[in-house]
Design a protein around this ligand. Structure first.
Ligand SMILES: [Zn+2]
Length: 448
């Protein structure tokens, strides 16, 4: 099953790792309090929360699913109804702690296999970075992993399973059967919403005045979600709910499997409010460059602990469905409008040079970014066929490690764009606003 068979790791370089220490209880989310809530009341450690932000939603959905008898097969080799219901009750127990340890310790008799999760005792489930599948973000795989371990918790608490009885078929077979019988469809669409809203940002430092009118808190149909391939998307609830295929996603390839979408923000009142709220929380926004891919350039940023490719602008039906088209210029504009300049990061320091070759009227001259500094006013550059051309260099600036350092030099030289020598990458002054800041600014609490 998924927990083991898909986790072959080449070689044995996965070392022993230390654990993430004592988990502290998370603040309960909106739906987490009160009897009859579908949401779990377990304790999720901070590192676990960061690794699996969708875990509360997955646990809430698992709890509802375990209690819903109509979704389970009947008969021999199925998990008994009363056991499923007791597992749901365990998800209401704050003593059950979810810990995180990427990767877990290798189990000796599995050779090079890595464990997706472990039940440490009757109160502790430890997840590795493999618990959510290869992407780390697949709610169905995470649900299967957690259901497996939750049954072990039940076995420890109620059936006398000894700790460290890793591979006894009497305990393992039911856990694998449960994974197989878990109604996968329950986790393919919208999950039960149990994720706590982040605490309101204290406006201690400078804040950004709101330009859009926020609606009533927690209402509206605009939401943010992430996809299995790691895209941050913004759209209406109906777009989030709409079934899509993996191949509908940029870089999704040809797979016709259902596209996994995980809600990570909202609801908000309008698209404008959604963009304002999301960009306020974006960190480390960059322009990622993939010379051989389509699109070859996309924006990327960290949102609520997840490193994601940003697709804030297009792709929703009501805007004219544009599928896998990526409107880089529009994406950058939406960031600039919110005060963020996506940072161009160079793999190695770059020099900006003005190179000349030949004599007028057949003189060649150009600006370019190169990786090696000119020497004595001259530089040899590849000619594209294995040889080199020699150039005279009359201006050299740098070295620069990123676009933010380079832009003032470009402005002095009156160059709005400049290419990297030998690459299809172009750096543009139009993709930055001063002051150059690569992250959002908390929004002021009141409208002005
Ligand atoms: Zn097991």
């Amino acid at each position: 099953m998924i927990s083991w068979a898909s986790l072959l790791v080449a070689g044995s370089q996965i070392g022993w790792s230390c654990f993430d220490g004592v988990a502290t209880p998370t603040a309960p989310g909106p739906g987490m309090v009160g009897p009859g809530s579908p949401c779990p009341r377990v304790t999720i450690g901070p590192e676990t929360m960061q690794a699996y932000p969708m875990l509360p939603d997955v646990l809430g959905t698992l709890k509802v699913t375990l209690d819903d008898d109509t979704r389970w097969p009947q008969g021999a080799n199925t998990i008994r109804q009363d056991i499923r219901h007791q597992m749901a009750r365990i998800l209401e127990d704050p003593r059950l702690v979810f810990e995180y340890s990427p990767p877990l310790v290798p189990v000796a008799h599995l050779g090079t296999k890595v464990v997706a999760a472990q039940t440490i005792d009757g109160n502790r489930i430890r997840l590795s970075r493999f618990a959510g599948g290869p992407s780390g973000r697949d709610p169905t795989v995470l649900a299967q992993t957690v259901a497996h371990e939750l049954l072990h918790v039940f076995q420890v608490r109620h059936q006398g399973k000894a700790l460290n009885s890793f591979f006894e078929p009497a305990w393992e077979l039911p856990a694998y059967a449960l994974e197989a019988q878990l109604p996968a469809g329950a986790f393919a669409g919208a999950l039960v919403s149990c994720t706590a809203a982040p605490p309101p940002q204290a406006a201690s430092g400078p804040c950004r005045p709101r330009r859009t009118r926020p609606g009533p808190a927690g209402q509206g149909e605009w939401v943010a979600w992430m996809t299995g391939a790691g895209w941050l998307r913004v759209g209406r609830e109906q777009d989030f709910q709409r079934p899509q295929r993996v191949s509908d996603d940029i870089w999704g390839g040809t797979s016709t499997a259902p596209l996994v979408k995980t809600r990570i923000g909202g609801p908000w009142w309008s698209r404008e409010q959604a963009l304002e709220e999301i960009t306020a929380e974006l960190q480390a926004v960059t322009i990622a460059f993939f010379p051989t891919a389509t699109p070859k350039e996309v924006t990327q940023g960290t949102y609520r602990g997840q490193r994601l490719f940003l697709r804030l602008v297009y792709g929703e039906p009501m805007q004219g469905y544009v599928g896998r088209d990526y409107a880089m210029g529009e994406e950058v504009k939406s960031l600039l409008a919110n005060g963020i300049s996506p940072r161009v990061v160079f793999g190695a320091p770059r020099y900006m040079i003005h190179a000349r070759r030949g004599t007028p009227p057949s003189e060649t001259q150009f600006w370019s970014l190169v990786g090696t500094p000119p020497k004595n006013g001259a530089i040899e550059l590849p000619d594209g066929t294995g040889g080199t051309f020699g150039y005279r260099v009359d201006v050299v600036e740098g070295p620069f490690i990123d676009g933010f350092q380079l832009y003032p030099a470009m402005a002095r030289a009156n160059q709005r764009t400049i290419g990297e020598y030998g690459s299809s990458r172009t750096i543009s002054l139009d993709w930055a606003v001063e002051p150059y800041v690569d992250h959002g600014t908390p929004l002021c609490s009141s409208t002005r």
